[in-house]
Ligand binder design. Structure first.
Ligand SMILES: [Zn+2]
Length: 241
C-alpha cells in the first residue's frame, strides 16, 4: 500500500513537472545554452531544472559576496592577465558561441537606433517586438542600441578603452569585463539612449511599469545588493520566470 502511494505521488509530481515545464517553454528554450558558474544545463533531460537555472541566470539574484571573499577570477586582454574585481567577480557567465549564434536573428530597422544590425535570440526577438507594438500604441517607441555582443567583441571594447585611457580596474567599474556581460547571451538589450540620460525618460517609466509583462527584467536595478552600477537602459529577456 505504501509503495502504491509513493508511486502515485511520483506520477502526480511528474504530471506537475510536465505542466510547469510546458508553461515555461520560452525560458526553457532560451535558457538551454546557458552555462553559469561552471554548471551546464541539461535541457532535454530535465526541463524544469533548466527553467530554475534560467532564473539563477539573473545576475542580481545571488547573495552578496562578503567582503574579503573575492573569488579569484581572471580575464586576458591583449595578452595580459587581469584579476576581475567586485562586483563582477563571482558572476562570470559562460555561453558557447556555437550554441548562441545559431539562435540569433536581427531586429528590424524600425526598432534600431542607428544604422548597424542588432542581433538577439529568437525568443528575445519575438518578446521584444510584442512589447514594442504595445509601447508604440502607448506613444512610447522603444529603440535598441545594443544586443548580442560576443566575448571577443567585449574584449575589443576593453582594448580600445585601455589604449585610449584608463586601466582595467577603472574601466571595469563601468563596463562588464569579457565573459561577464549579459550581452554575450543574446538575451540582453540596451535601450536608447544607453546612458544616464535614460533615467527618468518616458521610455524608462514605461519599461518599469510594463516590461515584466513581456518577460523583461532590469538586470542592474537602482539598488543592486552586489554593488552593480544602476543601468536603467539595460534589460534582459527572462521569459515568464
Ligand atoms: Zn547593456
Amino acid at each position: 500500500m505504501k509503495a502504491v502511494l509513493v508511486s502515485d505521488t511520483i506520477i502526480l509530481l511528474l504530471a506537475l513537472i510536465m505542466a510547469v515545464a510546458s508553461s515555461l517553454m520560452l525560458p526553457v528554450a532560451c535558457g538551454r545554452f546557458l552555462r553559469l558558474g561552471g554548471i551546464e544545463s541539461e535541457p532535454s533531460a530535465v526541463p524544469v531544472l533548466v527553467a530554475q537555472q534560467y532564473k539563477v541566470a539573473i545576475v542580481d539574484h545571488a547573495e552578496k559576496i562578503p567582503s574579503g571573499e573575492v573569488p579569484s577570477e581572471f580575464v586576458e586582454i591583449a595578452s595580459q592577465r587581469y584579476q576581475v574585481t567586485l562586483p563582477w567577480a563571482g558572476h562570470r557567465l559562460t555561453a558557447r558561441v556555437s550554441e548562441v549564434q545559431p539562435l540569433l536573428v536581427s531586429l528590424p530597422r524600425s526598432v534600431i537606433d542607428g544604422d548597424g544590425s542588432i542581433y538577439v535570440t529568437k525568443a528575445t526577438h519575438r518578446a521584444f517586438l510584442e512589447m514594442s507594438v504595445m509601447a508604440v500604441a502607448d506613444g512610447v517607441p522603444l529603440l535598441v542600441d545594443s544586443g548580442y555582443r560576443s566575448v571577443a567583441y567585449q574584449k575589443k571594447i576593453f582594448e580600445q578603452r585601455m589604449v585610449a585611457a584608463g586601466d582595467f580596474q577603472s574601466i571595469s567599474r563601468w563596463v562588464a569585463p569579457p565573459g561577464y556581460s549579459e550581452h554575450m547571451l543574446g538575451t540582453a538589450i540596451d535601450l536608447s539612449p544607453s546612458n544616464w540620460t535614460f533615467g527618468g525618460t518616458k521610455v524608462e517609466q514605461w519599461m518599469e511599469k510594463n516590461a515584466f509583462r513581456f518577460g523583461f527584467n532590469q538586470s542592474y536595478p537602482r539598488h543592486s545588493p552586489h554593488g552593480f552600477t544602476w543601468e536603467p537602459w539595460h534589460w534582459r529577456f527572462v521569459g515568464d520566470s
